[in-house]
Ligand binder design. Structure first.
Ligand SMILES: [Zn+2]
Length: 137
């Protein structure tokens, strides 16, 4: 039986006794029964509120887990840059003319050097296409 059902049952029992409302003891009993009724309602409301808060907390927890997955997955990508199939860039060494494949990190680094001849060179990514276009002209 729920709390509210129990308090309703007690109220029913009291009313069944056909008590004399003018007596002081009866006034006390009625006041107590009213109090129990109020308490039962209040506790039931609180119980529902707490349930709702827990549900929302679960939802927030799930959202947080999703966010953590995204954040930590990105971290792993950076750590395993060489293991993951990362975008590779094919570049031609200006020194020996060898075509070499490098990943983005190597391409962006300041001391990029040719794996074939060891010569250091820089790649201007934005200028690359323009350079080709200029050669064709
Ligand atoms: Zn080279």
């Amino acid at each position: 039986m729920k709390l509210t059902e129990k308090s309703a049952y007690i109220k029913g029992l009291m009313e069944g006794l056909d008590l004399d409302s003018d007596k002081k003891e009866i006034k006390l009993i009625k006041a107590l029964v009213d109090l129990v009724d109020d308490l039962a309602l209040t506790v039931t409301d609180l119980d529902e509120d707490v349930d709702q808060v827990f549900d929302e907390l679960d939802a927030i927890d799930e959202d947080l887990t999703d966010l953590e997955d995204v954040v930590y997955e990105n971290d792993e990508d950076e750590d395993e840059a060489f293991d993951e199939d990362e975008d590779m860039y094919e570049i031609t060494c200006p020194s020996c003319g060898e075509t070499v494949c490098v990943d983005e990190d190597t391409l962006m680094s300041d001391n990029l050097s040719c794996p074939a001849c060891g010569e250091k060179f820089e790649i201007d990514l934005d200028g690359e296409e323009v350079e080709d276009a200029e050669k064709e002209e």
